[in-house]
Design a protein around this ligand. Structure first.
Ligand code: WT7
Length: 657
């Protein structure tokens, strides 16, 4: 399995150690004493200091497995904590976002959004939404690119107490409609077109196509003008954002922040599971916001003068927590970049860091490996001395990429924080703290204070140092999911059926003699492509929905650039044996059904998929074929020759590359 290969890779450099840089520890937000407090004690102290409450909480934690409730009795508003309180405290002129458009930091469209301006935009949009009937408890769908209106829309919802679901801009209209219908959204916020890598891409048209096929409960579509393209507008349903807010007040008193119970729903974020239907991960107000803000403060060693940049997309949990809720709840200044790493040039990231004096950068191993492939000359051409802390998230970071990041971006001195967490965990759970932890390239190191992680074997025993097993969490944490939307059975089955007393994360891990955690990738039918979780079954359903496909099985194989790549095994209807053209058609079909991120890297046609006598596809074998590894026992197959034919195809494809 690819995770083992990576782990061997990790072992070879496991002996390297990087203690905190001198001087860093002396002034760091976190000192070693942070680990001393008890779990509830730690989070209660943070909740009291870090958040503003309309009504203080009475009970820190109520734990009725598998459901946790935090800060009961308390009332607060997430948007108030992210925006209004900073203005009220006299920080209205502080920059919330340096907004960098697709054309990069030299483009005319750059602008700075202060906390006071952010507040006015949020109030106006909240008033606009109110005029459409949105109020406390009205679910709202958001399908926007990395424009400032994305955080504005999220915060406007939070202000009203309207839960949101953000759908990643790269998803297809069908995927949008499915999520919006599941949550029961009556309003969808989108944009005319997206700008990415110097090109325009349809968004409103995607949304229309998706809505036409489902999600009929959507009564209003709000359309942001990003490119000004002429897009069809449906009478009575569609309104332009600027028209909606043209005549409304931007005075915060015209739209007070709704005091919400700690456990009121803040948002749903849909993520892939081991079956086709996306899971609506439930996050509530107080615990999530606290976990986001606390981890953001300590893990990145945030300073009042920091310029922080998380280069993820707000459409994923990383962006929710570490572009929107965490940094704003800390009153931080962030970069919000609309574009991609290679446009207008391969040095665009480094010119952003130079222009704004970014001191904290948070990105993914896939992005680091892309930069590695292009070479260090792009980073070297810019002054990156403002950087102090580098973060990584989304997939295991191979030590080679870790070292490259530290050397060529971090000037050989910046601590590199590998942070492990998930959509379901809400915020970082395993991470080093700069100034405290000695780093090991490839290891996410220790559980964050107030987090109880362990590695279990299949029987639920703790695995000793060096041994591999399943990563579990034994005690609740504030930002943990509060279940799956309207699906208690699936929540219990997915996360709580393997061990009765612990949250099962679905990742393999190892703990070494120092208590440091080494993550080894997913152990279920979920692939991780560029740090994005994609369910193999979702891709299979998309393939089978094409008339030429009789049956499909999908697996992930290790990929040097993207961590994993999707490989699809397809058997066709009739006598068709497949062709390069059909492979292209099918790849596009998947892109249309789900989104480009799910497009298989490789399609292997086979007259039949390998099945056991009971008719089950042997996925383990397909993985071995995809990874070009020995097959092992094939005696349970109905027809072992099926696999040999596939192996020959994989070998041929590799030669043609
Ligand atoms: C899965 C969660 C949380 C933000 C991004 C992805 C993998 C995440 C790491 C890391 C090794 C990691 C895990 C996890 N993962 N961070 N630092 N080291 N693996 O969120 O889509 O919910 O995916 O990403 O496999 O389960 P997500």
């Amino acid at each position: 399995m690819s995770a083992d290969v990576r782990n061997i890779d990790a072992l070879s450099t496991q002996t390297r150690r990087y203690p905190p840089p001198e001087g860093f520890a002396a002034t760091a937000n976190a000192t070693a004493a942070i680990y001393d407090a008890g779990l509830e004690e730690f989070w209660a102290a943070e909740a009291t200091q870090r958040l503003d409450w309309a009504t203080p909480f009475e009970t820190v934690l109520r734990w009725e497995p598998p459901y946790a409730q935090w800060f009961l009795g308390g009332k607060l508003n997430a948007a108030y904590n992210c925006v209004d309180r900073w203005v009220e405290r006299g920080h209205g002129d502080r920059i919330a976002y340096h907004v960098v458009p697709d054309d990069g930091p030299a483009a005319a469209g750059c602008r700075d959004l202060t906390y006071a301006e952010l507040q006015r935009h949020v109030v106006r949009f909240a008033n606009g939404l109110r005029s459409l009937g949105v109020g406390k408890g009205t679910p709202v769908g958001i399908y926007l690119q990395m424009v400032p209106e994305l955080p504005i829309a999220m915060l406007a919802c939070a202000r009203l107490g309207a839960p949101h679901t953000v759908v990643f801009g790269g998803y297809s209209g069908k995927a949008v409609a499915e999520r919006v219908a599941d949550m029961g959204c009556t309003v969808l916020v989108t944009q005319d077109e997206a700008m990415r890598a110097g090109r325009t891409w349809p968004r409103k048209a995607n949304a229309d196509e998706g809505l036409a096929g489902g999600a009929t409960q959507v009564e209003h579509v709000v359309v942001l003008r990003r490119t000004g393209a002429d897009v069809p507008m449906q009478d009575g349903r569609d309104r332009y954002w600027d028209d909606l807010v043209a005549d409304v007040s931007d005075d915060p008193r015209s739209c007070p922040c709704e005091p919400m119970d700690s456990e009121d729903l803040l948002f749903l974020l849909y993520t892939s599971g081991t079956t086709g239907k996306p899971k609506g991960v439930v996050h509530t107000t107080a615990g999530y916001l606290l976990g986001a803000a606390t981890t953001h403060h300590y893990v990145f060693d945030l300073r009042p003068e920091s310029v922080y940049w998380c280069a993820a997309d707000v459409g994923w949990i990383t962006g929710h927590t570490y572009i929107v809720y965490g940094p704003l709840a800390n009153g931080a200044t962030s970069v919000l970049y609309e574009g991609t790493p290679a446009h207008p040039g391969r040095d665009v990231w480094w010119s952003i860091i130079e222009k704004y004096g970014v001191d904290i950068l948070y990105t993914s191993p896939t992005a680091i490996r892309a930069h590695m492939k292009w070479g260090p000359q792009y980073a070297q051409a810019h002054d990156l001395t403002s950087l102090r802390v580098l973060g990584s998230v989304g997939e295991p970071i191979n030590p080679e990429a870790w070292e490259w990041y530290r050397t060529h971006v971090g000037g050989g001195t910046c601590p590199v924080v590998d942070t492990w967490w998930q959509t379901e965990t809400g915020h970082i759970l395993i991470t080093r703290l700069p100034g405290v932890t000695t780093l090991k390239p490839g290891s996410a190191t220790k559980p964050f204070p107030g987090v109880d992680a362990a590695v279990y074997d299949d029987a639920g025993n703790v695995v000793g140092p060096g041994g591999g097993g399943n990563l579990v969490l034994r005690r609740p944490w504030p930002g943990m999911m509060r279940g799956l939307f309207h699906d208690d059975a699936r929540y219990r089955e997915s996360y709580w059926s393997k061990y009765p007393d612990a949250y099962f994360a679905g990742d393999g891990a190892r703990v070494d003699e120092d208590g440091d955690f080494w993550l080894m990738g997913r152990i279920d039918d979920v692939t991780n492509v560029s740090g994005h979780r994609i369910s193999t079954i979702e891709v299979e359903s998309a393939l089978v929905s094409h008339p030429a496909v009789a049956e499909a099985a999908v697996t992930g194989r290790a990929d040097h650039d993207t961590g994993q790549a999707i490989v699809a095994f397809v058997s066709l209807t009739g006598d068709d044996t497949g062709s390069a053209e059909l492979a292209t058609t099918l790849r596009e079909h998947v892109a249309q059904q789900i989104g480009k991120l799910a497009r298989p890297a490789e399609i292997i046609f086979a007259p039949e998929l390998p099945k056991t006598r009971s008719g089950k596809i042997m996925r383990r074998l397909l993985k071995n074929v995809a990874e070009d590894e020995p097959l092992g026992d094939t005696s349970t197959l109905v027809d072992p020759s099926v696999v040999e034919t596939m192996q020959a195809q994989v070998a041929r494809a590799a030669r043609d590359d």
